[in-house]
Design a protein around this ligand. Structure first.
Ligand SMILES: [Mg+2]
Ligand SMILES: [Zn+2]
Length: 390
């Protein structure tokens, strides 16, 4: 049995009026003199291609192969266009052209999806991270039929296209849409229900002003307080609601929230392209407590957790569940974490300092928050690994 192919980040791209100017009057590019790229196309496609998007060419070419639209001419111009883009490292993974006219009633003409259906069965779209770029309503409806958003370009020949079909109901330029795609907030949403807990989470790793906003209700007040630290100091918007079997104890609630949050974190990060990945030797102090932490968003979960809490609970949170939270979160988010939390300096232990349990637990969560904020920061487009995968 064949495994399901992995969904891919994909951009489907129209030609006329999108990659190249569409002459007014004829709406057909007939000569090399008429072949002019839209402003910003090369830089935008280069950035998007480096960010890991497959580029697919999809064009309706009315009556292609007839005297009205000779095929040799079309292919001559396309070859020039592809050579121009290829010289800048921009390659199309596939090229699709519908040669029909509306009266033919073909299945391939946009907004129909017949051109791409077979291809997308082999290389399915990652629906959360794929887009159509075009300049007409047909492109917008084509995107709708594929279940992805469309960016419609601000076109000189079709200024009145239906912009309600376009992302944010506006017409775009290439630099704008590349920026939007590459810098849009990394979000995820997750619901997880078992016999023991019923959890829903919304996460945005890129809180607008770097100040995480939160709405957290797990039924455990101290745990809520800790998750709020994660949001605020991690610069992530976070809403969590959990209805758990607290009549038994705190175990399932803490464990399942940790697993769900770890999964939401991994979902929001996606393929981790362009992120810093590491945060190391951060030391967070809270009064007498010193918490040293390093993380690697390596894709290989491994946790060293070194903290002896003097009291069995902080508020309504049993302290044994703190380590369990870190292990569960890191296992679901596939994070490698080392944490050492003590009073004073590890080379000078004791010194009569008895650490405060509340301080210790809070320091662990705040330190994790700061590390995550460091490590998820976007600084480029590549994958920070020689393996090409994280
Ligand atoms: Mg077009
Ligand atoms: Zn067709």
């Amino acid at each position: 049995m064949q495994a399901n192919p992995a969904p891919r980040k994909t951009l489907l791209i129209d030609r006329d009026g999108t990659l190249i100017h569409e002459p007014s009057g004829t709406f057909q590019v007939n000569s090399l003199e008429e072949l002019r790229l839209l402003p910003g196309v090369i830089t935008a496609l280069h950035r998007l291609s480096c960010a890991g998007y497959d580029l697919i060419f999809v064009s309706n070419q009315d009556a292609l192969g007839t005297a009205q639209n000779p095929r040799e001419n079309y292919e001559y111009l396309n070859d020039k266009l592809f050579a121009l883009l290829g010289g800048e490292g921009i390659e199309f993974a596939a090229v699709f052209t519908c040669p029909h006219i509306p009266a033919d009633g073909c299945a391939c003409r946009k907004p129909g999806t017949g051109m791409v259906d077979a291809y997308l069965r082999r290389k399915p779209l990652l629906l959360s991270d794929s887009f159509m770029v075009g300049d007409r309503g047909t492109d917008g409806r084509f995107a709708g039929n594929l279940g992805i958003p469309a960016f419609l370009l601000d076109s000189e020949t079709h200024p009145d296209e239906d912009r309600t079909l376009s992302v944010e109901q506006k017409l775009w330029t290439w630099p704008e849409l590349a920026h939007y795609i590459l810098q849009r907030p990394r979000c995820s949403r997750l619901a997880r229900k078992t016999k023991e807990t019923d959890i829903s989470i919304e996460l945005n790793l890129d809180a607008p002003d770097g100040q995480g906003r939160y709405q957290i209700a797990t039924g455990l007040h101290f745990f809520d307080h800790m998750l709020e630290q994660l949001s605020r100091h991690g610069g992530m918007d976070l809403s969590i609601s959990c209805k758990g079997d607290l009549e038994i104890d705190a175990h399932h609630t803490v464990e399942d929230v940790a697993l769900a949050l770890g999964q939401a974190f991994a979902d929001a990060l996606g393929d981790k392209r362009g992120i810093v990945r590491y945060s190391w030797e951060r030391v967070l102090v809270m009064d007498e407590v010193r918490c040293e932490i390093s993380i690697d968003l390596s894709g290989r979960p491994y946790v060293v957790f070194d903290a002896d809490f003097p009291r069995p609970a902080a508020g309504d949170l049993p302290t044994e569940m703190v380590e369990h939270f870190f292990v569960s979160f890191c296992s679901a988010a596939k994070i490698n974490l080392h944490l050492h939390c003590h009073s004073g300096h590890p080379d000078h232990p004791g010194k009569g300092l008895k650490p405060n349990t509340h301080h210790m637990v809070e320091a662990c969560f705040k330190a994790l928050a700061r590390c995550l904020k460091d490590a998820v920061r976007r600084e480029g487009t590549g994958i920070s690994s020689t393996k090409g995968l994280l």
